[in-house]
Design a protein around this ligand. Structure first.
Ligand SMILES: Nc1nc2c(ncn2[C@@H]2O[C@H](COP(=O)(O)OP(=O)(O)OP(=O)(O)O)[C@@H](O)[C@H]2O)c(=O)[nH]1
Ligand SMILES: [Mg+2]
Length: 336
């Protein structure tokens, strides 16, 4: 007997995502991202050891960890103290992540809380069966140079993330300096706006069936072993793929060099008038701009209405980022 539409519909489970802010900087990022217009399928949660900071932030769900040990006052940069108290929180965190398909984890490295929570929550997501998208924000160079605790905390986290072998994204605060004449808060907000755009386009790509489909299973397979990676998004005119590439690579807040890229996934969304030739020009421009990766997967989604606008979402895996290499290899670190 043929399968009915109703029976098929049961298999079309809508992907659910959770945006998680870890520690102070992570929480502020999620607070900026969660705002009007966030689809119902995307929820937000802030996790911190600092009750005062949690209380002051506008995030819909909050979780305070280590009340007994740190008395709700944060760790003051003590990564080891946070790592120690996490062991008993594992089951709680695994059940927090279990209902979601995708969990975005944002942390500013260098402090004690976000730095300890990022690798821990990444592992907890995997255990829960959710796909983690960990995003580590590196401190400013001046912090790394002048504050050994910040440098060692950031270093210990990067080492753990690399050793775990999974997918993770690194952004650098240093990249924000090109906006240095602007007020600090609005510079951080610009990056959050970019991260919001990335989150939404990644969810759209996974959630909505496309002409050339990219689904969660494909993304999961592609990024499973991608290690240090980057995510990019660009929006522009379909007739100018060079400008799209430039925007994706140069205007992002990501820190990387594309030399011998690992797997690349490129998703193109365009209007119903997007021609096959224009589509191919976009693919070829990105393939060349990303140095002809050996494993290049693309997906395409055509909207119902004609439009000259296109949006591209890109995942590039197995990157070499000089800042990360330098930080991970520098000596004199306390292991933690
Ligand atoms: N993007 C962003 N980065 C920030 C912000 N505030 C601080 N940072 C960076 O994030 C790093 C970590 O700081 P916090 O997030 O405050 O530290 P924490 O994880 O709360 O850890 P403890 O307070 O030490 O327990 C710092 O080195 C800064 O570079 C912010 O509002 N936005
Ligand atoms: Mg803090």
């Amino acid at each position: 007997m043929a399968t009915t539409e109703e029976a098929l519909r049961r298999w079309v489970e809508r992907p659910r995502a959770l945006l998680v802010g870890l520690g102070g900087a992570g929480t502020e990022t999620v607070s900026d991202i969660e705002g009007p217009g966030l689809p119902e399928a995307i929820e937000a949660l802030a996790i911190n050891t600092d009750g005062h900071h949690l209380y002051s932030q506008n995030v819909s769900q909050k979780l305070l960890l280590g009340e007994m040990e740190l008395h709700g006052r944060g760790s003051g940069g003590d990564r080891a103290a946070v790592a120690n108290l996490l062991a008993k929180e594992k089951d709680r965190l695994v059940s927090v992540f279990r209902p979601y398909h995708l969990v975005f984890l944002f942390a500013g490295l260098g402090g004690g809380t976000g730095s300890a929570l990022l690798p821990f929550c990444t592992a907890a997501c995997r255990e829960a069966g959710a796909l983690p998208i960990p995003v580590a924000m590196l401190p400013f160079e001046v912090e790394l140079e002048s504050n050994p605790t910040r440098r060692e905390n950031a270093q210990a986290t990067l080492r753990e993330m690399i050793a775990a072998g999974g997918f993770f994204v690194v952004l650098s605060n240093e990249k924000l300096r090109r906006f240095e004449s602007q007020p600090i808060k609005s510079v951080f907000q610009m990056r959050s706006t970019y991260l919001r755009q990335l989150t939404l386009s990644l969810m759209d790509m996974i959630e909505h069936p496309s002409e050339i489909n990219v689904d969660l299973a494909l993304v999961r397979r592609l990024i499973e072993e991608a290690g240090l990676s980057t995510l990019m998004v660009a929006q522009g005119h379909m007739g100018d793929p060079e400008a799209l590439l430039h925007q994706a690579v140069q205007e992002s807040f990501l820190d990387f060099e594309i030399n011998e890229p690992g797997p690349v996934l490129l998703h193109v969304e365009g209007g119903s008038n997007l021609s096959l030739r224009t589509h191919h020009r976009i693919l070829e421009t990105f393939r060349a701009g990303l140095k002809h990766p050996r494993h290049f997967v693309f997906g395409t989604r055509i909207m119902n209405n004609p439009s000259d606008g296109v949006r591209v979402t890109v995942i590039v895996g197995k990157l070499k980022a000089a800042t990360v290499t330098r930080l991970v290899q520098s000596s004199g670190a306390r292991q933690g």
